[in-house]
Every structure is written in C-alpha cells, then in structure tokens.
Design a protein. Structure first.
Length: 731
C-alpha cells in the first residue's frame, strides 16, 4: 500500500488533538506550504473550518475522510503568528483549534475570504474628459465631473465636497463618464503635528526604546500625567520612519475617540482601531490591512494582540496593570503576557507602561528581566495632588459623605472648579435590608443556602439587579420573610450619591459616570462635554478613564474604600492601591493644584498608611514581601481548574477524579475541590481545584501529564469545566 499524504487540521472543538484528513479532491499532494491555510472539512455530520497545522502520511487512506475545499490560496496564518499561537495553546493547555479560532476575526473563522482593504476612489473616464463640457452647468453631475477632472477623489472624501454625490455619480456612470478605482488604504497622509519637547526623563526613555536592538522588554513606570503617551508617540514615529508597524494595546475603557484623534494628529497617518465596538466585518478589515502591511499603526483592546504584523517594529501595552487584558472565558489568555511572547518571536521591543505597574511586572523589572524606565514628574508644570485621609468614625454621614467632605466640595465649587466623587460601586445601594428581621434581597440564581449573593438596588430604589448574572426583579413591597414594610437600601452606590449631591448642591450640575450611563464608547465624552468648563460634580466608578483631560478637576473624594481593605482575594489590595492612585491622578493638572481626600473608618490601616505616605512603590514593596512570605504570585505559579454543574455533586465528582489523577510525587500543591468564592452563579453550582507551584516548569509539567487524562473522564460529561493558567482572580 503506498503512502498517501494527509493534512493535520486544527479544528475549533473542545478536544485536545488535531485531526487528519486527505487533501481535497483534485489536488492530492500536501506540502509544507499548506501549513496555515484554512480548509473546510466534514466533522461528524457537520462542516467545520479549520487551519492546516501540519502534514503527514498514511498507509490506510480508507480510514480517513477527505477535506472539502480550501478557503485560502496562500496561508492565512503564517510564520510568527502561527508559531506564537502554538505557544499559547501549549501554555494555556488548550486545543490549538480553539486558540486559532479565538485569534481570528469572526468572518475569517467562518472561512470567508480575506476582505478587501483598499480604499475606493472615482475618476473621469476618457469619455468623461471629452464629454463633460456638454453637461448642464451648475448641476450636481457637472460639478462632480469638474471636481474629478483634477484627479481621483477618495470615496470617503466625496461627501465633504458635494452633497448628493452618489446620485450625481450614478448619473455620470450611466453615461460612462466615471469609473471606480482602487487606491491603497490610507493613502492620504497629513503633516504630523509636532509634540512638546521631551523632558530629560522622557528623552532617556525615548532613547532607550529607539535604541533597542531586537527583542527587549521595558517597563515604562511613570506617574499619571508624566508624559508616557508622548514617549509612545515618539517611539512609534521612529518605528514608522524605519518602515515598520506598531501595535498599541490599551484597556477597554482607555480607547477613547480623543486618544485616537491624538494619535492620528501626531503621527500624521491613519491609525486603525480594533475594539469591541466594531462589527465583525470592520474587525476583519483591520486584521487584513495589518496582514498586508497596509495598517502601519494599530491601536486596540485585548484581542488586538492577535493582529498579524509582518513588518513589526514595536509593541506597546498601555496601562499594563489593567484587569481587562485578561480574557475571563474561553481561551483565558493575558494580552500583556502574550504581547511579550510575540515581541520575542518578532524580535522587537515591547513596552509595558503604567503609573501603577502590576506587581508581576515590577518584580520582573527588579529582577532585571525588564529594563526599568521611570518618569517621576508630571510633564509640563502640573504638580502632584496632596492626599489627605479623613477618619469618618463617629462622624454623621449623609449618604456616606462626612460634613468635612461636603464643606470641601462646596469650597472647590465656589472657586469655580470641578469635583470628582469616586465610589467603586454602581447602582443605588449594594443591598436591600429588612430593618426588622435582617433579610437581604438575594439573587435566586446566584445564591446557595449557605451563601447569599445580594442583588443591588437600582433605579432610585425601585428595581433590584444582580451584577453577576444580570437578573432583574422589582423591589418587593414587604419583606418576604417577616412581612415588615421596613425595607431599606443599605450601603451607598453611585446612584444614591448622585441623588444626595443633587439635593445638597442644587445650583450645580451633578453627572454620574459609570457603566450604567456610558455603555457606548463616545457617551462619556458627550457627558463630559455637557459639563464643559463649568463648576460641577462628577460621580463615578473606575470607568472615568484616562484620555479625558479634566483641567478644572481639583478635588477627588474617594468614599467607601473600606470594603477593598478586607477582601479574601489576594489581589484585592493591589487593585485597590492601583485604583486609588489612578483616580488621584485625575486631580490637578497644569495651573491648578489638586487634592485627594480619602474617607475611611480605618485610618490606621497599614496599606493606606504606606500608600499615602510612601506612594505606590512603597506599597508595592510591602505587598511583594507579603506575597513572598505567603507563597502567592509572582512567587508562585497558579492554575485553576473550574467546574460548574446544576448539581454540585457532579462538579465535585469531576474535580475529585482530576485530583485522583495527580501523581503523589509532584511538587505541585493542590487545594480542593472546594466551592468557588461565588459558589453559585446563574443557576450553576461552581467548584474549583487550585494548583500552585513555586516553579512554572513544575506546574506545566504536571498539566502536560494531567490534561490528556482529564478530557476523557466520564465525569467530565456532566460538567462545564475550564482551566485557567495564571488566573487573575480566583472567582
Ligand atoms: P501620561 O500618558 O503619562 O498620562 P501624557 O503623555 O498624556 O501623560 O501627558 C500628559 C499631558 O502633558 C499631556 O497634555 C501632554 O501633552 C503633556 N506633556 C507631555 N510631555 C510633555 C512635555 N515634555 N512638555 C510639556 N507637556 C508635556
Ligand atoms: Zn423582614
Ligand atoms: Zn445573579
């Protein structure tokens, strides 16, 4: 029996292996050039689109099915990107086919061709040049013909030249006077605007980045407003001058129209944005433009880390500490970490920037693995804000605000300034409490007999909503347990703060800014625009992102940090410290010094002390020391195996079977099965098994051995399970 060539295809199915197929009819050979091409194959009684991952041979072709058809002539995923994604599949211990599907925009995942990326323009034909004099003067077709007589005009620019250009164009097209021609995307460069002269620390950073030869990781550690974005812009300009592409990752809330406008104006070329607000077709177009090398600068959120960069020169991860870089379902990758992997494979520098670097990155910088660049002053003349801690114990609070704080707000408003009241809790109040029996309104889909997940009071106290599963319910008229009418919203959310501030400061605008009010990307800018330069109050959660200059903001009041001081999550204090520093950074720019006031019932808390008196780096030192002694990341490496099922016995049985398969000799410690910190969510019971090892290698060695045994477990069929390597939160 002769050997028959086969294709090894990675398919988007939750199975660990790849699948062998015979090449499609009509082209029996399979070559190394096929690797990275998409192909349509039969799978069970379905058809799937997969990616050829390798080639092989078989002496029993009758046992294999033939692939149906190629989707690509050339490999779609080649070289570095495919290699990096293979690495990711191994690291996440996830099926390669699912990783590839995660990396591709939806239309490409479905097998659609790589979209066209050129722009279109209209020109006059020969007949048009000859015949345009015969058009009646002053009509739209005549005016359009006159415009096009000077040369091709891009379709995107035509509306600004002529209202109703489409009808005019159609009329000319009927006469054969015009034609549509393709032009290279973004063929209309503008003059880049000059930026400010860098200060010495910025210059040192710029020199380091532009002088990097090949892969080099940098931590650009600069206080808020120290001019990190200026450093990025200069490094990108240098990269463009070398004819290379740059990729900039930003957190979901950081990618604002203002930020894109700043990039476009300063670089003088189109900047492609990739974010969750785009439709599938737009995403695929940006992906394709990058793959063809046409997109020179791509600015995007988490999944933009999968952008192909055939001429890569620089990767930037702004606000690298931000939690939105971690994908929390499906393939649980971390975009910052994957950017480093890609930078290494591409041989280009990678910049991680933040005013509050993650403890992981600080640890790497201190160990010499990253070049540590620091910007310690605010750019221009802006001075850092003064921070004060207010002890509110035994002070009468009005919806959580102490008299001193209210007086301070009044003072800043009188001076014509703006005030931000920061509260990291959406809604009106966290819980609805019965004053007579202590009942609190639970989410029935997320609670267990032992663990009640409260619903949050919204809509000024009329509606209950669960922030975990989205369930909604009206507020009951009476307590379901004791019948009392004494139901009271407890605790304070942004909605309730807004209501109270409106009462107290009726002559000033009060704007609430949180995920509830700014679901759309430009809504925040519009809301801020209504405030303008006038004195007023902003009430917000951490959604108040950078990218919006608030030069009139002189006072930031932080209320309700106490919940964050006492959380079970080992990352809670890091997150709290980052939030405090970030929100404090919003106060005081340029000519107006800012103040930050923290209200707390725990003025002696060690974390607050260190943070307020020593700053973020002193906090980070203390926190790293604590993590080291407790054996938490970055001094340990974690993986979390989660299982959920309608019946908790099924979830536990699955994890118990996994635990059984762990060899007794391993250096990896395991904890569980135990209930997840949120043991029920949307009707599913959730349990987990935590694996922890001092060395990354030990953890991955165990997972390599373990996972092939987990997939076929009979208990696996009764649960939804997932593996999260380097989990960011343990929920
Ligand atoms: P970051 O990204 O660190 O928050 P930005 O780069 O946005 O800081 O800079 C903050 C502000 O300071 C911006 O308005 C920017 O134009 C200005 N700025 C940055 N660098 C300089 C400089 N060297 N001289 C004067 N102004 C600067
Ligand atoms: Zn009651
Ligand atoms: Zn719920």
């Amino acid at each position: 029996m002769p050997f028959c060539p086969t294709l090894r295809v990675a398919l988007p199915v939750p199975l660990p292996q790849t699948f062998d197929y015979l090449p499609p009819a009509g082209r029996p050979a399979a070559t190394a050039d096929d690797v990275g091409r998409r192909i349509r194959v039969p799978f069970g009684n379905r058809e799937l689109v997969g990616v050829v991952e390798g080639t092989g041979a078989t002496d029993a072709p009758a046992t294999l099915r033939a692939a149906l058809e190629w989707c690509d002539g050339q490999p779609l995923l080649g070289g570095e990107l495919l290699a990096s994604l293979r690495w990711l599949a191994r690291y996440a211990h996830a099926p390669l086919g699912e990783v590839l599907a995660t990396a591709l925009p939806a239309p490409l995942r479905r097998g659609e061709p790589l979209p066209e990326t050129q722009d279109w323009a209209w020109t006059l034909t020969e007949a048009g040049h000859l015949g345009r004099d015969r058009l009646r003067a002053g009509t739209r077709p005549q005016r359009l013909a006159e415009l096009l007589a000077t040369g091709a005009v891009a379709e995107t620019l035509l509306p600004s030249h002529l209202d109703g250009w489409r009808e005019a164009c159609r009329a000319l097209l009927k006469r054969g006077f015009v034609q549509r021609v393709a032009i290279a995307a973004g063929a209309v460069p503008a003059h880049p605007l000059a930026g400010p002269v860098p200060n010495p620390q910025q210059q040192t950073a710029i020199d380091a980045l532009t002088g990097a030869d090949g892969f080099q990781p940098f931590l650009l550690d600069g206080v808020t407003g120290s001019g990190k974005t200026e450093v990025y812009l200069q490094a990108i300009a240098h990269c463009l001058a070398q004819g290379r592409q740059a990729l900039v990752l930003v957190p979901e809330i950081g990618l604002t129209p203002q930020m894109l406008a700043r990039f476009r104006a300063r670089l003088g070329i189109p900047v492609q944005a990739l974010h969750s607000g785009l439709n599938d077709g737009e995403r695929a177009r940006v992906w394709a433009a990058a793959a063809r090398g046409e997109a020179r600068v791509v600015v995007g959120t988490r999944s933009a880390v999968f952008t192909p960069l055939p001429q890569a020169g620089l990767l930037i991860v702004d606000e690298e500490h931000d939690g939105s870089y971690k994908q929390q379902d499906g393939i649980r990758y971390h975009a910052r970490d994957f950017a480093l992997v890609r930078g290494k494979a591409l041989g280009v520098p990678v910049v991680l920037g933040s005013a509050t670097p993650s403890l992981e990155s600080l640890h790497n910088a201190r160990a010499g693995r990253y070049t540590h660049l620091r910007l310690q002053q605010r750019a221009g003349d802006a001075r850092p804000p003064a921070v004060r801690v207010f002890d509110v114990r035994k002070r009468p609070l009005q919806d959580g605000l102490s008299p001193d704080v209210l007086a301070g707000i009044a003072q800043h408003l009188q001076a014509g300034n703006q005030v931000l009241v920061f509260k990291n809790r959406r809604g009106y109040a966290p819980v609805l409490l019965c004053h007579d029996c202590g009942w609190t309104a639970p989410c029935t889909r997320c609670s267990t007999p032992l663990h009640a997940t409260p619903m949050t009071v919204h809509a000024g106290g009329r509606r209950l909503q669960c922030h975990h599963c989205g369930a909604r319910a009206p507020v009951p008229l009476a307590c379901p347990d004791c019948g009392s009418l004494a139901l009271q919203p407890q605790g304070i959310g942004t909605e309730r703060l807004e209501e109270r501030l409106l009462q107290l400061f009726p002559e000033h605008p009060v704007l609430r800014i949180d995920r509830g009010t700014t679901a759309r990307r430009d809504a925040l800018a519009q809301t801020l625009a209504t405030l303008g330069e006038a004195p007023g109050i902003l009430v917000g959660t951490q959604i108040l992102a950078k990218g919006h200059d608030l030069p009139r903001l002189t006072l930031v009041v932080v209320v309700g940090i106490d919940e964050g001081l006492f959380s079970a999550d080992f990352r809670a204090s890091e997150k709290l410290a980052q939030q405090l520093i970030q929100v404090a950074g919003r106060a005081g720019r340029a000519d107006r010094p800012g103040e930050v006031w923290l209200q707390t019932h725990h003025p002696d808390n060690a974390l607050l002390h260190t943070l307020v008196n020593g700053g973020y780096h002193a906090f980070a030192d203390a926190e790293l020391a604590q993590r080291e002694s407790a054996g938490f990341p970055p001094f340990a490496h974690l993986a979390l195996l989660r299982a959920e099922a309608k019946q908790v016995e099924h979830a536990n049985a699955f994890l118990a079977a996994v635990r059984q398969a762990i060899p007794a000799t391993t250096a990896v410690e395991h904890y569980g099965p135990m209930p997840a910190p949120m043991p029920r969510r949307a009707g599913f019971q959730r349990t987990q098994l935590l694996l922890s090892a001092p060395q990354r290698r030990a953890l991955h060695g165990l997972l390599d051995a373990l996972l092939p045994q987990v997939y076929p477990l009979p208990q696996a069929r009764r649960v939804r399970w997932s593996l999260d390597v380097d989990p960011v939160d343990l929920y």
